[in-house]
Write a protein that binds this ligand. Structure first.
Ligand SMILES: [Zn+2]
Ligand SMILES: [Zn+2]
Length: 240
């Protein structure tokens, strides 16, 4: 929070002579707008409230996106397939192998998430089908929310694919460790992509107060820092 008295104006076009704070992407916001329920892009977090500047695109389930995310949003099977190829490429470099022919990807809106997946905070979900009785290998279905910026989507997809890896290799982890490990993969993808939206996502992860995702990520990040080798880290012995 900063209080200044000068002629700089923020996106609501009013002078910044009231209390305001900085948000990511260099935007500034009067505290009063926040109290009135300011709107952010679902995908990247930018301010998009038309009352204070910036236009937005609202999708059928009511989620709002900034124009940048809506232009780069993953909404089609083709974009999903392209993202899978990109993440598999990064996984290959890291030595993480996934059973590609047994993984399918579906994009779902928030209506589907609430009604079918029973998840109001849905981003991504991996479901495993186990055919133990018929001695057939597992299959995996990854569901991801529609409309995420391509770069954001890659991280979420990497997170879900790491759940597949863990299941496929029968690695037993506590929830906080498993989510932390998947978040660490997401972090490496954002680092490798090296874009503004990824930088902000990395910052959010580092500062996250979530007791599972934020804390798990920090625990795993600390563990890998002491090892210097991703390959030994992802082997069962190290992460348990
Ligand atoms: Zn956005
Ligand atoms: Zn997860």
């Amino acid at each position: 929070m900063t209080t200044v008295r000068n002629s700089i104006r923020n996106s609501c076009k009013q002078p910044l002579d009231e209390e305001y704070y900085y948000i990511d992407y260099g935007q500034r916001c009067h505290i009063v707008h926040d109290r009135n329920g300011i709107r952010h892009c679902f995908s990247c977090g930018r301010l998009i409230d038309p009352n204070i500047g910036g236009s937005s695109v609202v999708c059928s389930d009511g989620r709002e996106f900034c124009t940048i995310c809506s232009e780069n949003g993953v909404n089609t099977k083709e974009m999903g397939a392209k993202a899978l190829d990109t993440v598999y490429g990064l996984f290959d470099i890291a030595g993480i192998t996934c059973p590609r022919n047994r993984i399918s990807l579906e994009l779902n809106n928030m209506f589907y998430a609430e009604q079918v997946l029973k998840d109001k905070k849905f981003y991504g979900l991996t479901t495993t089908t186990i055919y133990a009785m018929r001695n057939k290998p597992n299959t995996y279905l990854i569901n991801i929310i529609t409309g995420l910026h391509y770069e954001v989507f890659l991280g979420v997809l990497g997170h879900e694919l790491m759940h597949v890896y863990i299941k496929e290799n029968n690695i037993q982890l506590k929830k906080i460790d498993e989510e932390g490990l998947c978040e660490l993969v997401c972090y490496y993808i954002y680092e490798a992509r090296n874009s503004k939206v990824c930088d902000v996502k990395i910052k959010n992860m580092i500062e996250s107060s979530d007791p599972i995702y934020g804390e798990g990520f920090r625990i795993m990040k600390k563990r890998i820092n002491g090892l210097n080798s991703w390959n030994s880290f992802i082997s069962q012995g190290t992460i348990q």
